[in-house]
Structure formats: structure tokens, C-alpha cells
Design a protein. Structure first.
Length: 88
């Protein structure tokens, strides 16, 4: 009988845990200004818009930073366009 009650208790644990109040996750934007405040407010207002902006801006930032790195290497004499190995 005790084993039966233990099994019933184990089956009720998920129901007990799901009765907890919902958690609301927000960004604290009280002391932010400019772009950081806009980004935090966008996160607070719409997680979908925040996700879409992130998906657009991260690759765009990668392209810009990669192009700048390529330009800097080209200025220092590193040729990234040639695949010739120079060993000697």
C-alpha cells in the first residue's frame, strides 16, 4: 500500500510544479540610454520583433566586421584571395 501512495505522489509532482505562478522575464532599462535602451525596450515589448532584429543584425554585423578585417589584412600585405602556398 505504501508503494502505491509513493507512486501516486511521484505522478502528482509535475502537476504540483506547474501550479507555480508564471515567470515574467524583462530587461531592466531604467538606467540605459540610446541604442541600449531601445534594444532593451524592444525585448520587453515584443520577443518576436527582438528575435527578428537579432537574426538580421548579427549576420549584418559579421559581414561588416569581416569586411573591415579583410581590408586591414589587405593593407598589411596579407593576400587572402590567393591560394598559393609559399613555403621555403
Amino acid at each position: 500500500m505504501r508503494k502505491t501512495w509513493k507512486m501516486i505522489g511521484l505522478l502528482l509532482i509535475p502537476a504540483y510544479l506547474s501550479a507555480a505562478p508564471e515567470v515574467v522575464i524583462v530587461a531592466d532599462t531604467r538606467h540605459l540610454t540610446g541604442v541600449r535602451a531601445w534594444w532593451g525596450n524592444l525585448y520587453n515589448e515584443s520577443h518576436l520583433q527582438f528575435a527578428l532584429m537579432t537574426v538580421v543584425l548579427v549576420p549584418l554585423a559579421g559581414i561588416i566586421l569581416g569586411s573591415l578585417a579583410d581590408l586591414a589584412m589587405q593593407c598589411t600585405g596579407i593576400d587572402l584571395k590567393s591560394r598559393v602556398l609559399r613555403e621555403g
